[in-house]
Design a binder for this molecule. Structure first.
Ligand SMILES: Cc1cc2nc3c(=O)[nH]c(=O)nc-3n(C[C@H](O)[C@H](O)[C@H](O)COP(=O)(O)OP(=O)(O)OC[C@H]3O[C@@H](n4cnc5c(N)ncnc54)[C@H](O)[C@@H]3O)c2cc1C
Length: 309
């Protein structure tokens, strides 16, 4: 009977941070396994066009970029498993990773589980998920051809995805609880000059309404107190993200939002455990910074392993 291998390093998450860690670890000849529960590429897999990752002057589809990162890492020997990590045990010698596809062991771990969209937390949101409520404009935008849709939020993701939706929808109404956007100036300029975009300021959604699918939103103006119903066929929610660290509670120190504190070498307080990308405290939450974190985490892991032979 052959016993299960003990990997040098297991990487949790196949977004830009995890895939870069996988590339660097594999090229350093570490025996590395990457575990991904959904789509390789992570959040960017659903991004229509990435314009700020260096090397692509015309931009590149997020899905293509993610797949290219995966292929490049696998070319150097990175192993992958499609599974969700449900629990981990961080003993000094072997780290045990429990997943939906069984148990894996490694001498070191890189946590790169990234982040997932926050829910708005209003009535109708769960009920109409997939029936007009969406967190992914690239995935669901084409379903709303010539219809009026709302986007909730005021950051980069809300504005960028709202602009993208104007390619399909007849009108995109961006609803924001403040009186100005948080998005970068370039996105703001594009949004304000887009004839299909409208803005509702100081406004929050109280309920998503409909029968078998979304038909409207109950809105509340937080400055004037006015309440009204806005008719829309779809609502795209971009109100921030939360880190995928639920399974780490009690094992690692986390900040109040669940992010993992690290030093500048991506090391956590536990020897042999690094964190990289959006999951990390103070991450700038960009593809390039996630990729850089992943590379740094792999280099730190290589050094840790060489000191613990
Ligand atoms: C709509 C949108 C547009 C964006 N546009 C840009 C842009 O144009 N430019 C830019 O630089 N950045 C952009 N970003 C931000 C960028 O996508 C993130 O900063 C980046 O993806 C973070 O990479 P990551 O590897 O840390 O995490 P993620 O991309 O979140 O990847 C984490 C991966 O881990 C997996 N995972 C999580 N938990 C587990 C588990 N328990 N077990 C197994 N697998 C797990 C997830 O399924 C996911 O695939 C955008 C984000 C969004 C939402």
């Amino acid at each position: 009977m052959t016993s299960a291998p003990v990997y040098d390093v297991i990487i949790i998450g196949g977004g830009p941070a995890g895939l870069s860690a996988g590339l660097y670890a594999s090229r350093a000849k570490l025996n590395a396994l990457l575990i991904e529960k959904a789509i390789f590429g992570g959040q960017i897999a659903n991004v229509e066009r990435v314009e700020n990752y260096p090397g692509f002057p015309e931009g590149i589809s997020g899905y293509e970029l993610g797949q290219a990162m995966l292929q490049q890492a696998m070319k150097y020997g990175l192993e992958t498993v499609a599974a969700e990590v449900t629990a981990i045990e961080l003993a000094e010698q072997a780290k045990v990773i429990n997943t939906t596809e069984g148990e894996f062991r490694a001498k070191a771990v890189i946590i790169a589980g990234g982040a997932e969209p926050n829910r708005l937390g209003v009535p109708g949101e769960e009920e109409f998920l997939g029936k007009g409520v969406s967190y992914c404009a690239t995935c669901d935008g084409p379903l709303f051809k010539d219809q009026v849709v709302a986007v909730i939020g005021g950051g980069d993701s809300a504005v960028e995805e709202g602009i993208m939706l104007t390619r399909f929808a007849s009108k995109v109404i961006l609803i924001h609880r403040r009186d100005q956007l948080r998005a970068g100036k370039l996105f703001q300029e594009r949004a304000f000059t887009n004839p299909k975009m409208e803005f509702l300021w100081d406004t929050v959604v109280e309920e998503i309404r409909g029968d078998d699918k979304v038909s409207g939103l109950s809105l509340h103006n937080v400055k004037t107190g006015d309440k009204r119903v806005l008719e829309v066929s779809g609502v795209f929610i971009y109100v921030g993200l939360h880190p995928n660290t639920g399974y780490l509670r009690g094992l690692l120190p986390l900040d109040s939002e669940g992010h993992i504190p690290t030093n500048e070498m991506m090391e956590t307080e536990i020897a042999g455990v690094c964190a990289a990308g959006d999951v990390r405290k103070n991450s700038p939450r960009q593809i390039i910074t996630a990729a850089a974190d992943g590379a740094t985490a792999a280099l730190s892991t290589e050094r840790f392993l060489s000191q613990h032979r």
